[in-house]
Design a protein around this ligand. Structure first.
Ligand SMILES: Nc1ncnc2c1ncn2[C@@H]1O[C@H](COP(=O)(O)OP(=O)(O)O)[C@@H](O)[C@H]1O
Ligand SMILES: O=P(O)(O)OC[C@H]1O[C@@](CO)(OP(=O)(O)O)[C@@H](O)[C@@H]1O
Length: 352
């Protein structure tokens, strides 16, 4: 089921019908028409929820859609800043003191996110791109407030060469098989290049547990705090606020919130319409092959058939399946689902 919530928006119905929202005479242009409106997509989601993959899909989609193919996109991944800063591969922590993902080290971890976000805004200001995607978990209210505040400060600065509009893209994954599969894949990323499979999976699960103690769902009231321009995001009131959601590769109901205001720019309207289309059709466009791969991965019959007489490979694959089932058991997935969805915008009946 696809379901997009549209808050009272002059011109949006026209926009959905493919007519230019700017033809609505009640809408006025942005104050300085000469200043381009650029965008930053702020991702939110637990590790392994699929953020980087969806971000990649989004930028590919924008590049082929003829409404947006002139938009130059760049992705800024906080994890990559951490990996670049470290000369060695990630060490498996022996205590919470040297565990970057422990709440006690959140300031250390924030440093990389801040560096990545500063570059994301700078690239827009220096006209290196028109859309920056900020890829991090952004899992706390403090972090999100920081990001919105930074954008406000940027927009208010006299020397800024563009206006930056934030768009939130929430990526969730709580399907048991998808969670297991994604963590399996994470065990092969560069954090674990020099580590054996079992240790990598267990360490990643430990990382997720650390996030579970800190993650704060993005709620409707948090959305409205920014949308209503209180405290941290005054410009939202003027230029609209937009929330998009991709859940379980598009299998979960969509829950976009598009709050257009009279002064939303044409650049924003076009981009928002296109991203809304992307999220609403994510399953057909990008989710299907992934969903089939996940199903095939967990089919023991398929494992036996694919590996034929290769007993070594079959044994290894079966070992992976057993381990994944053991360390990512039903109660782990349930608690993840509760955390991600309880009180979150995604499950708020009011808006979905
Ligand atoms: N929507 C998806 N389509 C295809 N593969 C996906 C999808 N979501 C997750 N995956 C798989 O799971 C792995 C982890 O996802 P990733 O995008 O790195 O998560 P995150 O950025 O949230 O940590 C990816 O390497 C990919 O193999
Ligand atoms: O600072 P936050 O927002 O948690 O996000 C950054 C972190 O996200 C992670 C989550 O696992 O990204 P990545 O998937 O790119 O490896 C960490 O590596 C990275 O340090």
């Amino acid at each position: 089921m696809c379901n997009t919530t549209i808050l009272p928006i002059p011109g949006y119905a026209k926009a959905l019908m493919g007519l230019s929202a700017s033809t609505n005479s009640s809408r006025s242009r942005p104050t300085s028409a000469s200043i381009p409106h650029k965008h930053v997509v702020i991702l939110i989601g637990l590790p392994a929820s699929g953020k980087s993959t969806v971000a990649e899909h989004l930028t590919r989609f924008l590049a082929i859609d003829n409404r947006t193919n002139t938009i130059r996109c760049r992705i800024f991944n906080a994890g990559d800043y951490r990996r670049m800063a470290s000369k060695t591969t990630m060490a498996i922590p022996s205590s919470s003191k040297d565990d970057l993902f422990s709440p006690r080290n959140s300031k250390k971890k924030d440093r990389f996110a801040r560096l990545a976000f500063t570059d994301a805004l700078r690239a827009l200001d220096e006209d290196i791109c028109d859309l920056s995607v900020f890829d991090a978990t952004n899992s706390t209210v403090e972090r999100r407030e920081y990001l919105f505040r930074e954008i406000e400060t940027f927009n208010a600065a006299a020397h800024s060469r563009c206006i930056i509009r934030p768009l939130v893209l929430h990526v969730t994954c709580t399907d048991k098989h998808m969670v297991r599969f994604n963590i399996h894949r994470k065990a092969y990323n560069s954090d674990y290049a020099d580590k054996v499979y079992d240790l990598s999976v267990k360490d990643f699960v430990h990382r997720l547990q650390q996030y579970q103690t800190q993650y704060v769902p993005y709620t409707v009231s948090e959305y409205y705090r920014y949308a209503n321009g209180k405290q941290v995001a005054r410009a939202q009131q003027t230029y609209g606020s937009f929330y998009f959601h991709v859940g379980n590769a598009g299998l979960s109901p969509q829950c976009n919130i598009l709050n257009f205001t009279p002064r939303v720019s044409d650049e924003t309207t076009t981009l928002v319409k296109t991203i809304a289309f992307f999220t609403m059709h994510y399953r057909e466009m990008y989710g299907k092959p992934y969903i089939s791969t996940v199903n095939a991965f967990f089919s023991v019959q398929r494992t036996l058939k694919n590996n034929g007489l290769n007993l070594g490979k079959t044994k290894e694959k079966l070992h992976h399946l057993v381990l994944l089932r053991k360390v990512i058991d039903a109660s782990f997935v349930r608690s993840m689902d509760d955390l991600v969805n309880s009180g979150s915008i995604t499950y708020s009946r009011k808006n979905c």
